[in-house]
Ligand binder design. Structure first.
Ligand SMILES: Nc1ncnc2c1ncn2[C@@H]1O[C@H](COP(=O)(O)OP(=O)(O)OP(=O)(O)O)[C@@H](O)[C@H]1O
Ligand SMILES: [Mg+2]
Length: 281
C-alpha cells in the first residue's frame, strides 16, 4: 500500500515537472528573438524555475554568445550519436541550462528509425526534468520553425514597428492559425522608439488578426530600442544581468513574471519533442 502511494506521488511529481514550452519566433530575421529568449530564460531561472534554453537555430544559432558560453558540444553531437543529451547541456547564468544550436537540420530527416527513436528518447528526458523550455527559433516560416511552434504550449511572436517585420509577423501568425495551433499566441513589439509606437504596432496587428484570421493574439508588451542591450551583447551577457536597473531589464523581468504565471494554466498534454518529431519526419 505504502509502495503504491509512493509510486503515485512520484508519478504526480513527474507530471508536475513536465515542462511547459515557450517558442520565441518571428517572420523577419534580426528582430530580437535570441536576446528576448535568452533574457526571459535567465529571468525565469532566477525566479527559481528549472529552465532549459534550446537554441533551435540550426544554422546560425548564437545564444551561446549572449550567454557568454564557450560551448564545446551542441545538438549536432547528439544527432551524430557522439554525445548524450546530458553531455551537450551547458550551464549558463542562474543555473539555466542551454543547448546550443548550429548544425544542418536536414540531417534529421535522413536518420534511421533507430537513431530517431534514440534522439527522441534523449530529448524527451528534458521535458521531464525541467519546468520551462524556451525555444529560440530561427527566422522565417520554414518547416522546422513552424514545427517547433506548433508543438509548443505558447508561441511568442516578435516584431518591430517596421512594416516589413509586421507583415512577416502576420504571415507567421497566419501559418500557425492555418495549421490549427492549439496553444496561446502572444505578440511582443521590440525596438520601439516609444511606448506609443509599440502599442500602435500591437493594435494594428491584433486588429488584422481578428478581422482576417478571426482569432486573438495576446499583448506581451513593448520593449524599447535600448543601446544598453547592444552593449550587453558586446560583453557577452544578457542585458538583465549586465544592466539590471535599466528600463529594458524591468520590462523583461515583468514579461517573464507574466509568462510564468500564464504558463501554469497552459499545457498541450502530449510530450513536446514527440510532437516536434511529427513535423520533422
Ligand atoms: N531592444 C533592442 N534595442 C537595441 N538593439 C536591439 C534590441 N533588441 C535586439 N537588438 C539588436 O538587434 C540585433 C538582432 O538581435 P537578435 O540576434 O536577438 O535577433 P534575432 O531575431 O534572434 O536574429 P536572427 O533572426 O538572426 O536569429 C542584435 O544586434 C541586438 O543587439
Ligand atoms: Mg537569433
Amino acid at each position: 500500500m505504502r509502495n503504491e502511494a509512493t509510486c503515485l506521488q512520484q508519478r504526480v511529481e513527474n507530471c508536475q515537472r513536465k515542462a511547459k514550452v515557450l517558442a520565441v519566433t518571428s517572420g523577419k530575421g534580426g528582430v530580437g528573438k535570441t536576446n528576448i529568449a535568452s533574457n526571459l530564460a535567465v529571468c525565469l531561472a532566477a525566479s527559481g524555475k528549472k529552465v532549459l534554453l534550446f537554441d533551435a537555430d540550426m544554422s546560425l544559432g548564437n545564444s551561446d554568445i549572449i550567454m557568454g558560453l564557450n560551448s564545446k558540444y551542441n545538438i549536432s553531437h547528439l544527432i551524430s550519436g557522439r554525445k548524450t543529451v546530458e553531455e551537450i547541456i551547458n550551464v549558463g547564468p542562474e543555473g539555466l541550462e542551454v543547448i546550443c544550436g548550429s548544425c544542418g537540420l536536414e540531417e534529421l530527416a535522413n536518420l534511421s528509425e533507430f537513431q530517431r527513436q534514440r534522439i527522441l528518447n534523449e530529448l524527451s528526458k528534458l521535458q521531464n526534468s525541467n519546468d520551462i523550455i524556451v525555444i529560440d527559433n530561427a527566422a522565417g516560416i520554414c518547416k522546422s520553425v513552424v514545427g517547433f511552434c506548433l508543438s509548443a504550449d505558447h508561441v511568442l511572436v516578435v516584431t518591430t514597428p517596421q512594416a516589413t517585420a509586421m507583415a512577416d509577423a502576420y504571415a507567421m501568425i497566419k501559418v500557425l492559425v492555418g495549421n490549427r495551433f492549439g496553444g496561446r499566441m502572444s505578440l511582443i513589439v521590440n525596438m520601439a522608439e516609444s511606448m506609443k509606437d509599440g502599442k500602435r504596432t500591437y493594435q494594428q496587428i491584433s486588429r488584422v488578426v481578428k478581422q482576417f484570421l478571426n482569432t486573438h493574439i495576446y499583448d506581451a508588451g513593448v520593449l524599447l530600442r535600448d543601446e544598453r542591450l547592444n552593449s550587453a551583447v558586446r560583453q557577452r551577457k544578457p542585458v538583465v544581468l549586465a544592466y539590471p536597473k535599466s528600463r529594458i531589464s524591468s520590462s523583461l523581468v515583468a514579461l517573464a513574471a507574466k509568462l510564468s504565471k500564464g504558463s501554469a494554466a497552459l499545457h498541450n498534454g502530449e510530450g513536446f519533442f514527440r510532437k516536434v518529431a511529427d513535423w520533422f519526419f
